[in-house]
Design a protein around this ligand. Structure first.
Ligand SMILES: Cc1ncc(COP(=O)(O)O)c(C=O)c1O
Length: 363
């Protein structure tokens, strides 16, 4: 015991000596104001760095690489070379992608005199529709058009014409589209064997469905006390998940695919109550019907752990661009998708998707 006291006493004398030495050194070399100023500067730098590192949405290596390339790009000689290349590419894209016919120009001002309806239709036919040179109706423009033939197009045009003035933010005025949306969601829930709690929403495109799932799950994580949720995605997943990470400030962690099966294992989701979204934007309206025939393993709510699925009606659902669906196993996952603001001077504002004038859930 004595020896411990002796040791502590010795150490505290040594610390006092060192402190006195440092203080006298600082007194000789620095003025108090200089010390205050330097402390202020270094604290600022430290907190900036800390903030950057702890709030980053990317892993450290990617963030460092990006910072390095940003710096290189900002060097005058490099940035002028890049700008030159960009200008040349832009002009090339302009020429190749948006070719106007001889004599045509972009209209930049409202016309002085209005046009009659038939003149507008003629104008659209001759100056806009006629610009198309790709025969997309033949069904060979993969990833762009999922055409179902002229009869389908005609039928959809007729349906559209019945609701051109509809505003889905007012379902009491336009109950028809609301009923349609509710039915679409219910059908998709059933198509994916969603069970009695399944629910969902109609969105404007696959990307929006994915973004909404990202937002919903971020809020779900916040509720559980997770302050910095991350998105774990297979490295082959659609870019919309990265967009979701960027929009909603979540770090993206890419999971490598199995080299043989090109799959990832998501059973951790179920084990740790991490929501799992299955992106079936492309194949969602095919797998439930041809899955068995082509030996595609089940990818619906019968698979434990799957909490939501996106499937695009505007792809193999054969609806026109742009609609998609997002369905959840249970309303608790969907909750965070909503936005509601009650303090607006214009009244209560609530919407369930990104775009305001949409949409209403089924259940
Ligand atoms: C698998 C997958 N997910 C998401 C999307 C995004 O859909 P959209 O283009 O409707 O936003 C696509 C589009 O092709 C897709 O193939």
């Amino acid at each position: 015991m004595d020896s411990i006291d002796h040791f502590i006493g010795k150490q505290s004398i040594r610390i006092q000596e060192q402190r006195a030495l440092l203080n006298s050194h600082l007194r000789d070399e620095w003025q108090p104001l200089q010390l205050m100023f330097l402390t202020f500067i270094f604290s600022g730098i430290f907190f900036q760095l800390w903030n950057k590192l702890s709030n980053r949405e990317k892993d450290l290596l990617t963030a460092l690489k990006e910072t390095f390339f940003r710096f290189v790009r900002s060097l005058p000689i490099i940035s002028s070379m890049i700008q030159k290349e960009l200008d040349a590419t832009k002009s090339e894209i302009g020429k190749n992608m948006f070719p106007l016919k001889k004599g045509q120009k972009y209209k930049t001002k409202l016309p002085q005199k209005g046009l009659k309806p038939e003149e507008v239709v003629e104008l659209v036919r001759t100056q806009y529709k006629s610009l198309e040179t790709t025969h997309w109706e033949d069904g060979r423009v993969s990833g762009a058009v999922y055409s179902c033939g002229q009869e389908n197009d005609r039928m959809m045009s007729e349906v559209f014409s019945m609701f051109v003035g509809a505003n889905l933010l007012q379902p009491e005025v336009f109950p028809g589209p609301r009923k349609m949306e509710a039915e679409i969601v219910s059908m998709v829930c059933n198509m994916f064997k969603g069970g009695e709690h399944a629910c969902g929403v109609v969105t404007s495109c696959g990307s929006e469905s994915i973004l909404l799932a990202c937002k919903a799950y971020r809020e779900y994580a916040y509720k559980k006390g997770i302050t910095k949720p991350e998105i774990l995605m297979p490295e082959s997943a659609h870019a919309a998940f990265v967009k979701g990470g960027k929009y909603f400030k979540m770090k993206i962690v890419k999971v490598p695919l199995d080299k043989k099966t090109y799959r990832v294992d998501f059973k951790l989701g179920k084990q740790h109550d991490i929501p799992v979204h299955v992106d079936q934007c492309m194949g969602g309206f095919l797998t439930p019907f041809v899955g068995k025939e082509y030996n595609i393993p089940p990818c619906d709510f019968t698979v434990e752990g799957v909490t939501s699925i996106s499937a695009d009606t505007h792809k193999y659902g054969k609806a026109p661009k742009g609609t998609s669906t997002l369905v959840y196993r249970h309303p608790k996952y969907r909750e965070g998708q909503y936005f509601a603001y009650t303090d607006w001077s214009g009244g209560i504002y609530a919407s369930s998707t990104m775009a305001a004038p949409a949409n209403y859930d089924s259940n």
